[in-house]
Design a protein around this ligand. Structure first.
Ligand code: UDP
Length: 238
């Protein structure tokens, strides 16, 4: 039975969440809006919402099949998915396999250096403060999550790294880094938000061509075409 969509609950920079007639479920709409630099650069990119919606559905299903519990329920239409309603933890979990982005800016590390073992970092979700890096101590002392929840976020994010690094490697891609977010659902912490080229870095394994949102951040062009190339290599039908 198709779900009935009610009012808007929350609009982020690239997705909008709507309440539905089932209080346990939300509709997550992937918009074409593309933003960078904490919302300073915003553009509409034709088809991006549709590509990310289908990309995310595929990745969430791969993760669920490998035993990672996620909020994803079903693909509803080109731009919409149904997800479970959760209480989000206001932190971003980042794992890095190769040096890029803010790590290079912060530590002066050369872009592209392999990182072993992968680095795990927490950032506070706060655009006004430019998502500052935080540690376990900040999270516990300010009550954003418990130590058990921190342990779950780290373990699950690193488990996803093993699953996804192998998945992308088989498609001729390097998973450079990515960001995950978690939420509370029926007393458990489960994976929320999305996994798409908006929130990760993917390079061609041979040429190291960038096939992710860095194309938008750096004004390289061909942003959605790159996302579609990655989707094609993963066998996702768009
Ligand atoms: N990321 C994200 N949302 C954010 C910050 C980072 O999805 O608000 C992703 C980003 O796309 C990259 C990874 O997390 O894949 C690490 O980002 P980084 O800390 O290098 O920050 P950036 O250089 O993107 O500002």
């Amino acid at each position: 039975m198709p779900i009935s969509v009610l009012d808007e609950l929350y609009a982020g920079k690239a997705k909008t969440l709507y309440r539905t007639d089932d209080s346990d479920l939300l509709l997550m709409r992937f918009r074409n809006d593309t933003s960078a630099f904490d919302g300073e650069k915003i553009e509409q990119l034709e088809r991006k919402g549709m590509v990310n919606n289908k990309f995310n559905a595929h990745i969430m299903q791969v993760l669920q099949a490998a035993g990672v519990e996620t909020h994803f329920v079903s693909l509803e239409s080109d731009y919409d998915s149904v997800v479970r309603s959760m209480e989000m933890i206001p932190v971003e979990c980042v794992v890095r396999n190769f040096a890029a982005g803010s790590l290079c800016r912060r530590l002066g590390t050369e872009e592209g250096i392999a990182i072993s073992p992968p680095i795990f970092e927490f950032f506070l979700k706060n655009d006004a403060l430019h998502d500052p890096m935080i540690n376990d101590s900040h999270i516990i002392s300010f009550g954003w999550a418990s130590s058990e929840e921190i342990a779950t976020m780290k373990a699950t994010t690193l488990k996803c790294n093993e699953i996804l690094t192998a998945l992308f490697q088989d498609a001729g891609l390097l998973l450079v880094d990515y960001k995950l977010e978690f939420g509370r659902y029926q007393g458990r912490l489960i994976l929320g938000d999305e996994f798409s080229p908006d929130g990760c870095r993917l390079w061609d394994a041979v040429t190291r061509e960038k096939l992710d949102k860095d194309r938008f951040r750096q004004g390289l062009g061909g942003v959605v075409e790159a996302y579609e190339e990655v989707a094609k290599r993963l066998g996702i039908s768009l």
